[in-house]
Design a protein around this ligand. Sequence first.
Ligand SMILES: Nc1ncnc2c1ncn2[C@@H]1O[C@H](COP(=O)(O)OP(=O)(O)OP(=O)(O)O)[C@@H](O)[C@H]1O
Ligand SMILES: [Mg+2]
Length: 329
Amino acid sequence: MSLAVEVHGLAKSYGKVRVLKEIDLEIPAGTVLGLLGPNGAGKTTTVRIVTTLLRPDAGSVRVAGVDVLGDPATARTRIGLSGQYAAVDANLTGYENLRMVARLYGMGRRQSVARVEELLTAFGLDHAAGRRAGTYSGGMARRLDLAGALVARPPVVVLDEPTTGLDPRGRLDMWQVIGDLVDDGTTVLLTTQYLEEADLLADRITVIDKGTVIARGSADELKTSIGGDRLTVTLAAGQNPWPAVQVLHQVGVGEPIHEPGSDEVSVVVGDGSRTMVEALRRLDDAGVCVLDANVVRPTLDDVFLSLTGTPAEPIPEPETDDVQEEVLS
Ligand SMILES: Nc1ncnc2c1ncn2[C@@H]1O[C@H](COP(=O)(O)OP(=O)(O)OP(=O)(O)O)[C@@H](O)[C@H]1O
Ligand SMILES: [Mg+2]
């Protein structure tokens, strides 16, 4: 397994405030790492260090085999960065924005025209290529920014909150673009406040809080780590809950939950569907009348809350975009 990004022992303080304590990250080539954490956890600080914009107090960073702290100039040619604050010149057209980036990378005219046209098409921007970027919708500007980060075909792309502030349509388009990027073999470091986004796009997730890694694993592993599935049975109204509590205690992991006055009893279970069958059989044997039963897998939101004690940001209500956006093909 070759690692495209290796971060070890990263530390950073602002004055007396230790913003990063000891961050380690590893991203196998061609995969997506989701970096999650509540506001102020240190995500952007980490991203800025990885992309050469900020020097850490301690630690090492290698990107695509290049020592980022020792040779930032070379490292920059291996990394595409697209952030929340789009680096797009509003006075230039979409086409001119990308041509300018190509020129900065020293690409020749013919090569850069071909690359820019390819990106405009891939990002669903060719219809707007001749328009000033200042007239673009939020989603279009964000896609143009990401296209700019990809002009030089960097093997590693870093996305700091790529869909924050986008409406649902813009978010879906962006997810598709990021998915295509990964299909092409690009390695992605993605920070996000939206757990649904990490669940969908990230192969592995690292959760940080107060500058320290507090969990890592696939979305599935993280969900399992907070206690697996929860089996809930609904009893016929007014029934004595205790026989059901006893049965769920036998089949589940840990103590069943029964709120006084409620007709529901629930327990965490190891293997959800198999345990449900067993539980229903035993409840029947015990003469318990069950109206309903279901198994719910924890969401990444449950994981986030249990790890950080802070609920994740909800996906906001749609903002209205002034400019009509075209659907990506
Ligand atoms: N230039 C700076 N000077 C002083 N403190 C800073 C500076 N930049 C960041 N911080 C502090 O460092 C901490 C981590 O900030 P950072 O921006 O990395 O968090 P984040 O995880 O990206 O948060 P968010 O989810 O809000 O984007 C915060 O407490 C922030 O106030
Ligand atoms: Mg941030």
